[in-house]
Every structure is written in C-alpha cells, then in structure tokens.
Design a binder for this molecule. Structure first.
Ligand SMILES: NC(=O)c1ccc[n+]([C@@H]2O[C@H](COP(=O)([O-])OP(=O)(O)OC[C@H]3O[C@@H](n4cnc5c(N)ncnc54)[C@H](OP(=O)(O)O)[C@@H]3O)[C@@H](O)[C@H]2O)c1
Length: 217
C-alpha cells in the first residue's frame, strides 16, 4: 500500500514507519523537521509539511491509499490550558484528504476520551483533572468531528492506554470498541503493538468509522 504517516518523528510514529516498511509498504513520512527522521529505506520518502495547512498537506496525500497519524501535543499540566491541537489539525487534514480523494484515515487517540460515570476513580479524579483532561477532551472532540462532520471519511480512532517502548512479543493485540479494553489486569500498550494494530486496520479495511481501544496482549 501507499501510506502517508503524520507524526513520524514521535516515539509511536517511528515505530509505525518501521513496521510499515517491514511489511513492504511505500511510506511517505510527513514531518515538520526532516532532520529529525534518521530512518533510511528505499521505500521511505520524507517530506516537510504544515499539519495546520491543507494546501501544504494535499500534495503529499495525493495517490495515497491511507493516511495514518501518530500526532500528539504532550500532556497539559493541571489541565489549566484548553487543548485544541487535535481538532485544529484534524480539520486541515480532512480538507486535504478530500481534495486528494483519500478516504482512509487512521489516527491515534487514547483510552478515556469521553466522560463515563463508570470510569475508574483515578481517571475521573486524578488523571483527568491533573494531567490529561484537556488532551483527552480534545481527542474526543476530534472523534466527534470525524463522526458527525466527516461522513465521507473512513476513519478509525485507535485508542491505546499508557504507551511503552518495550519490544513487541508479537502476540495478538487486544481490542474492544469502547473507552477501554475490559480487564482485571492493568493494561499498557507497547508502541510497536499500536503500530501493528494501525497497519492491520489499514491492510484489512476493518474498523471503519469506529473508535477502538487497544492494549498489548
Ligand atoms: N504517551 C502515552 O502513554 C500515550 C498514551 C495514549 C495515547 N497517547 C497519544 O498517542 C499519540 C502518540 O503519542 P507518542 O507519545 O508516541 O508521541 P508524541 O510525543 O505525542 O509525538 C508527537 C508527534 O507529533 C508531532 N507534532 C507535535 N506537534 C506538531 C506540530 N505542531 N506540527 C507537526 N508535528 C507535530 C511531533 O513532531 P516533532 O517530532 O517535530 O515534535 C511528533 O512526531 C499522541 O496523540 C498521544 O497523546 C499517548
């Protein structure tokens, strides 16, 4: 497949680039700082673009089978500052997808992007108010935007829990359509497993217009 990857210089994005190349795909890594991506491969093209500008993105989306994103803006301490990064970037990305006639868009979000009264105490009263509330809220707003305003886009929101840099065991990645993967154990997801799941979704065409929680098995 021909795949464009946003956020390729981040710790998850680079795993997605490596996994895609290992699977034989043609990869266009769209970055803001090409010097940061040191990976070299015959099937890897690195281009510079502005994720907030559809005119800048569109030429690199032309001819792609899918666009995948591991973009992220980091935690928002004490959730004092409103985060708009995910919706601000989603809108030009969707405009560029439409102009380039690319339907498939797979992006990384997180567990707990929406409020639920059944969420664990730590999520509702510690993690969201102190660390990640605004980030998760804006990821949820991006998911809502894709669902409500982009009926023409075959999106998949891939929602991992805490990400780790450990090696993949190669085990089947756990998944569940919803806020989290139900389990008695505390689950995490290694970044390579998240990459494997995103590429499985791109290759299979599964999970279109769905938000899927994942975790390492
Ligand atoms: N960390 C976790 O435990 C965890 C858990 C669940 C979900 N997530 C989410 O999963 C996603 C990936 O997380 P991660 O920790 O692997 O990566 P990350 O550190 O959030 O990576 C950020 C990526 O986005 C790019 N980026 C940020 N601002 C940009 C801008 N203004 N223009 C262009 N590119 C920009 C960065 O590019 P530069 O390299 O140029 O800065 C980098 O490639 C994020 O959305 C994160 O919130 C993280």
């Amino acid at each position: 497949m021909k795949l464009a990857i946003l956020g390729s210089t981040g710790p998850s994005g680079i795993q997605l680039v490596k996994e895609a190349l290992q699977r034989g795909h043609d990869v266009t890594a769209i970055v803001r700082n090409p010097d940061k991506l040191t990976e070299k491969h015959d099937k890897l093209k690195v281009v510079k673009a502005n994720i907030f500008d559809s005119d800048s993105l569109e030429p690199h989306f032309q001819g792609q089978d899918a666009v995948l994103s591991c973009l992220g803006c980091g935690p928002s301490w004490f959730s004092l500052w409103t985060v708009t990064f995910y919706t601000d970037s989603a809108k030009p990305i969707v405009t560029a997808l439409r102009r380039a006639n690319v339907k498939r868009f797979i992006f990384m979000a997180a567990w707990y992007t929406k409020y639920s009264s059944t969420d664990p105490f730590m999520i509702t009263w510690v993690i969201k108010p102190i660390f990640l509330g605004q980030v998760l809220k804006n990821m949820g707003e991006m998911e809502d935007y894709m669902e409500v305003e982009c009926p023409d886009i075959e999106y998949t929101s891939v929602r991992p829990p805490q990400l780790t840099n450990t090696e993949t065991t190669g085990a089947t990645v756990l998944f569940h359509e919803g806020q989290r993967v139900p389990s008695e154990k505390r689950l995490v997801c290694c970044r390579r497993d998240a990459a494997r799941f995103m590429l499985d979704a791109a290759e299979s065409g599964n999970f279109k217009r769905k938000c899927i929680a994942i975790a390492s098995g």
